[in-house]
Design a protein around this ligand. Structure first.
Ligand SMILES: [Zn+2]
Length: 119
């Protein structure tokens, strides 16, 4: 979105309102447009004011922002879960080896008991 007014950078260099005062760059404080800059006549509250008004920043796509934030959060969660899975795989390998050793020991012990019973 291009604007013919975005080249007015200084607060006093906005295009002149019909009331004769340049409309300065201001920042919206409303919930719907928080932080969105606009050119607005400072006399807008006066009776019969022309009240020049023009948005500088494009309208925010809050749905997209929410989806982007969600996406970022999910990526972070995936990264955390991937690390956990890798950790569990390593732990599982160690436990499998321990289990193999213990199974072998148990078989040896069972064989000894069997030999003892046969005597
Ligand atoms: Zn004005």
């Amino acid at each position: 979105m291009s604007s013919s007014f975005t080249h007015f950078n200084s607060i006093n260099e906005g295009p002149p309102c019909k009331c004769g005062i340049p409309a300065p760059i201001r920042t919206s404080k409303t919930e719907a447009n928080w932080g969105r800059r606009f050119l607005g006549c400072i006399n807008y509250k006066l009776p019969n004011a022309y009240g020049f008004f023009y948005w500088i920043d494009p309208e925010r796509d809050t749905e997209k922002e929410m989806l982007d934030a969600n996406n970022k959060d999910m990526r972070r969660q995936i990264s955390v879960l991937t690390k956990k899975v890798e950790e569990i795989i390593r732990e599982n390998k160690v436990l499998r080896k321990k289990n193999e050793k213990l199974t072998k020991k148990l078989q040896e012990a069972e064989a000894q008991v069997f030999d003892y019973k046969m005597k």
